[in-house]
Design a protein around this ligand. Structure first.
Ligand SMILES: [Zn+2]
Length: 191
């Protein structure tokens, strides 16, 4: 598992744009020798990109969500980001991102919207909070899926509802407490 997760991290960190590029890099000694050293595993070859793809398509995404949030929290605890505060404060941006769109229902949790042509579009989205540093860099803090509960519901999930879940989760996990009253909800509610 560690080998595959590190493969994915290196793919992103090295700016590789396709699995084919990863496949080409994976046969270079610098890559397949450093990969197990970083992952703490003992393989003598890099995994095929298709294996990584299979894992990401089928695994529960929760551990990855925890991993990403944990990386930023560790940097905060090490206090190595202190000089990147904005006017002495941590600046957090919260925004939603659409992940996938479908012309047919994909699952019970799909969000829906009515298009101008009368057709229904199905999509998945995530609400993410990112730490904005004074040098312009952003780091992921936490994210929650925006999705319907499945079955019957009165009103589908939205960014505002997801924001309340995200704020609760952040309050429970992070040493940096948010002052929820100071957060601007206007854009999230569409007002
Ligand atoms: Zn779906």
């Amino acid at each position: 598992m560690s080998h595959l997760i590190w493969t994915g991290l290196l793919m992103l960190l090295c700016g590789m744009r396709s699995r084919l590029q990863l496949l080409c890099e994976g046969v270079r000694p610098g890559f397949y020798q450093n990969l197990p050293a970083l992952a703490g595993s003992g393989e003598d070859a890099a995994a095929h990109p298709g294996t990584l793809n299979y894992l990401l398509e089928n695994m529960n995404p929760e551990p990855l969500r925890q991993l990403i949030a944990g990386l930023t929290r560790r940097l905060l605890r090490m206090r190595c980001l202190e000089r990147f505060r904005v006017d002495g404060e941590w600046l957090v941006a919260v925004d939603a991102t659409e992940l996938r769109k479908y012309s047919k229902r994909h699952c019970d949790h799909c969000l829906t919207r009515l298009l101008s042509n009368g057709r229904t579009q199905y999509f998945h989205a995530v609400l993410s909070a990112r730490l904005i540093l004074s040098n312009g860099m952003t780091l992921p803090l936490i994210s929650v899926p925006i999705q319907n509960p499945g079955g019957e519901y009165d009103k589908q999930d939205c960014e505002l509802k997801a924001f309340l879940r995200l704020a609760d989760e952040q309050q429970n996990r992070s040493f940096e407490r948010w002052n929820r009253s100071a957060l601007h909800l206007g854009n999230l509610s569409g007002s």
